[in-house]
Each structure stands twice: as C-alpha cells, then as structure tokens.
Design a protein around this ligand. Sequence first.
Ligand SMILES: O=C(O)CCC(=O)C(=O)O
Ligand SMILES: [Fe+2]
Length: 278
Amino acid sequence: MMTTQASQTPTISPLAIKERTGSISTAEIISVMKGEITAVHIKNGFSVEVGDEITANFTANGGLKERKDGVPGQYVGASHYRKDASAYFAEAEEARPFVDALFANLADPVHGLFEALRRELHNQKIELRLSRSKHGQANLCRAVCWSGSGTYALEPHDDAAQVLCGGSDYDISSVANNTIVALNFYPSVAEQGGNLRIWSHKPTVKDRKSQGVETTGYPYSDAYLKHIPCHDFELKAGDIAVLDGGFIHGVTPFTRNRRLVLNSFFGFARPDLVLWWT
Ligand SMILES: O=C(O)CCC(=O)C(=O)O
Ligand SMILES: [Fe+2]
C-alpha cells in the first residue's frame, strides 16, 4: 500500500526556464543537454517568411500522412515512437525526399542550428551525428500538425520512455541515461491556444509503471498532473523551444489555423558522441 502510494505521488522538480528574443545560441542548447536548464524559449528565433514557405511546403507535400499510432496528427517524416529500429529507419529513408521538400531551396533554421551545434561540439572534441543502423539513417526533423480534440491537441507525455524501450538495435538507447533534448521550431502557430505546456515533473520508470505508460510515456492523465505546477510557452511563428524532453509536456487545444512544429531529439550517447533523431 505504502509503495503504491509513494509511486503515485509525483516528485516535483523545479523548472529552470529561460525566455528571450533573438538568435538561439549553441551555449544555451548545451546547457539544456547538460541538465543545467530545463527549457529555453527563443522568440523570433527565425524568419516568419521562411516559416511561411515551410508551412506551404508542408501543406503541398506529397509525403503528408495521417498518424496511425494512437497520437492524432498529420506529419511529414518519421517518428521512432512505438517502432523498432528496422521499422523506424525504413520509414526515415522513405520519407527523406519529403523532408527535404519541406525546405526546398531555403536556408532553413533546422540545418543552420544542426551545423552550428556540430561545429561547436567538434571544437570540444565531441561528435554530433544523425542516429543510424544497418537499416538506414534518421532525418534532421519531422514536421507535425497535432490534431487531438480532447483536453489537449497533444496529450501530456515524456519523450524518454520511447527511447528507453526502443530496443537494442537503436544506437540512441544510451541517450536515455542522459538528457533527451527536444528541439521545436514553429513555422506557424494557432490563432488561439496551442501553447507548449511543461509540468514540474520528470517521471521515473516507477512513475510510468504506476500510470500504465511504461513503454510509451504517453498519455499522462489529468488526475496525475492535477497538483503539479506547470508553465505555458505562448508561441508565435518564428519561435524556437528547446526542452528537456524527460519532463512531462503537451500542447493545449487550439482553434482554426494550422499549428506546425518541426521537431527533433538529441542528446549525449557518450561523453564524446551526441546523437540526433526524430
Ligand atoms: O508541438 C509541440 O510544441 C511539442 C511536440 C512534442 O512534444 C513532441 O513531438 O514530442
Ligand atoms: Fe514531446
């Protein structure tokens, strides 16, 4: 009885959040990777015009699909969620031309940030590369428009369970021992709502078991989250959010226009290796 109760009382972990306007710095990203800060919200982090072009390329994309894995949304690219390595990397290979088509001939912020981080880490004798296996290689990002119609457009979840439980064919498994960084670019946002909400709680394996989400980290119930403080990032087109994906987060409902996110994950697999995937 005592044990059950203890595992169902979520531990509050304070959020260290930075919000500012301007260009994102690799130092801030590395701070999130090292667990020094929980999240960074950069307002006006990239051009709204580039965001509009990416959104138009998403809408017209031949690889645009409806998600069929229990998480409502439309997407271009590949998600490792609930997939073993062979299925994920096959999907990533197949989706690559469509992910490339999102950026067409643009000098886009996702490639820009990846390259800047790669250079900075290289200076520190750390390699940054895409996750890979004998089945193929990850893409730089995936583009998603969430379409949940309940309390959330994207239900509260953590991004760590899926890495921990992905299976041994993945090279990213060891990143689960470190901070899994979620990187989100917002080419377009909702008129109302569509906030990225983060809760002051980083679930353990035991917490996930108690909530029946051990292998997915999705979704956490309102009852579980009720007494946990949270913070909302109110997003505008051109914003960037970088967060410790081990903390529970979700997307509040929104109306009318399309809210598009370009999402990637990365983190230390070893002290000298950072892997990047979607
Ligand atoms: O759309 C967002 O703001 C968050 C996306 C997210 O949490 C995810 O893709 O795992
Ligand atoms: Fe997430």
